[in-house]
Design a protein around this ligand. Structure first.
Ligand SMILES: *Cc1c(COP(=O)(O)O)cnc(C)c1O
Length: 431
């Protein structure tokens, strides 16, 4: 490739920009502490993982053997025998969610899909694309699904084959919908296990819960039918990607034979990135389980550090158990813009991803938030939110503890779900 001097200058400027900003991120869950330099030389090849890594493909430049090992690791991590599972490396969390919803819809073509109002906006796109009827379920104050509202809606709809879209770590408040509770409630409502489908969106926390001492239920052993995680979030990757895994029996229903590549395909896209499976393989092979535990504990400790500091200054900060997302009142625009914080309604959050080696960047942000909120005369912290972590100990004692006071936000039906929802402040004032 030959470039003009001007184009050289332009690329050089972008390189410097990227170097300057590579660890900018405190508002979004992308980890930046990866090093795939051993893989750089593969960038010269057009590697394409079109189709099923478990089959022979006539397209020889594929990284199927690596993808198989990634899927073996993931099957183990989420407690399903490898032979009974099937999944693949996706373009990201959204594709994994779509794959899970697609499997659910193929199993129950006329079913209604239920997701909480704290669910990532991808689901609203997916239910339109797949033309699945959908209902938005209320959330509890900590961002977790309101299970009473879930069963009430299923009953009101007379839905015999619900597809449940559960969050393992919501985008804005890091909340985990309790899969065990969902299943208990479905059983109490007389819905048998074979009559519903349960997909788990574990974009961020799917790579947290397997490595903590007291995880919320998150695995196939806990009853899920499919789960997806993002590759560019907790794992870390220079390009977006993700991993989805499901029960093999359900995947076989959507498999198609493609004579053109002499292979079988049960993925959403055609050509698939062959480099990202290599990266996921490298990320998973280069760390031991203890390395993962240590890395994740460091993130959790840093999140608690941020909560402690904000609360010590009288600011109403909190986080969910096993979550690296710290929620606090939204500071002035100058502060959240300077730190690229994600905001929603009157709250903001920071996420203590693994590239924060120490607390310097978080402390600098916390200092500014404290100064800003004090200058604006924010009231001191009120009673800690049920289920939230304020001092390292969960105040949650039982799973329905906040269901008596759910946030009642109008739940749009099919076709009305807004892609961008405004999340009310968790203190319950949705007025
Ligand atoms: C980030 C995220 C997604 C979407 O993942 P992409 O990789 O951006 O497609 C889905 N669900 C949750 C909870 C997320 O945080």
């Amino acid at each position: 490739m030959t470039f003009s001097p001007a184009d050289h200058t332009r690329l050089e400027a972008f390189w410097r920009y990227c170097l300057t900003h590579q660890y900018f991120n405190v508002g979004y869950p992308e980890s930046a502490d990866f090093d795939y330099s051993l893989l750089h030389r593969f960038m010269r090849f057009s590697i394409n993982n079109c189709g099923d890594w478990n089959e022979y493909s006539n397209y020889l430049l594929n990284s199927f053997d690596f993808e198989r090992e990634v899927m073996r690791f993931i099957a183990e991590l989420f407690h399903i025998p490898f032979e009974d599972s099937w999944g693949y490396v996706t373009n990201g969390g959204t594709e994994g969610n779509m794959f899970g919803c697609y499997l659910g819809r193929e199993l129950f073509p006329d079913a209604t899909l239920y997701y909480s109002q704290d669910t990532h906006y991808s689901v609203a796109k997916i239910v339109r694309l797949l033309r699945i009827k959908a209902q938005v379920v209320a959330s509890q104050a900590n961002g977790e699904m309101d299970y009473d509202d879930l069963v009430a809606r299923i009953a009101a709809d007379g839905e015999h084959h619900p597809i449940i879209f559960a969050n393992i770590g919501t985008t804005l408040r890091g909340a985990t919908d309790n899969i065990a509770t969902i299943q208990q409630r479905l059983a109490q409502a007389g819905i048998r296990r074979e009559d519903y489908y349960l997909h788990a969106d574990a974009a961020l926390s799917g790579m947290i819960l397997p490595f903590v001492d007291a995880p919320e239920p998150y695995s196939f052993a806990d009853g899920i039918d499919s789960i997806c995680v993002s590759g560019h979030k907790m794992i870390g990757s220079p390009m977006p990607c993700g991993i989805v895994v499901a029960r093999r029996a359900n995947v076989e229903r959507i498999s198609v034979e493609v004579d053109y590549i002499s292979a079988r395909d049960q993925t959403i896209s055609g050509s698939r990135n062959g480099h990202t499976p290599l990266m996921m393989w490298a990320a998973l092979r280069s760390r031991s389980m203890d390395d993962w535990r240590e890395r994740i504990q460091r993130c959790l400790d840093l999140a608690q550090h941020a909560v402690d500091r904000l609360r010590a200054a009288g600011i109403d900060a909190w986080r969910n158990p096993n979550s690296i997302t710290v929620v606090f009142p939204c500071p002035s625009a100058s502060v959240w813009k300077r730190h690229c914080l994600a905001t929603s309604g009157d709250t903001a959050h920071l996420i203590t991803t693994a590239h924060h080696r120490d607390s310097t960047q978080i402390d600098a942000l916390v200092d500014e938030v404290i100064a800003d909120l004090k200058a604006r005369g924010k009231p001191p912290a009120r009673q800690p939110l049920q289920g939230a972590l304020v001092d390292g100990l969960a105040t949650r004692t039982q799973v329905y503890s906040t269901a008596s006071q759910p946030l009642r936000v109008p739940a749009p039906g099919l076709g009305k779900a807004e892609p961008q929802r405004i999340i009310a402040h968790p203190k319950g004032s949705d007025s």
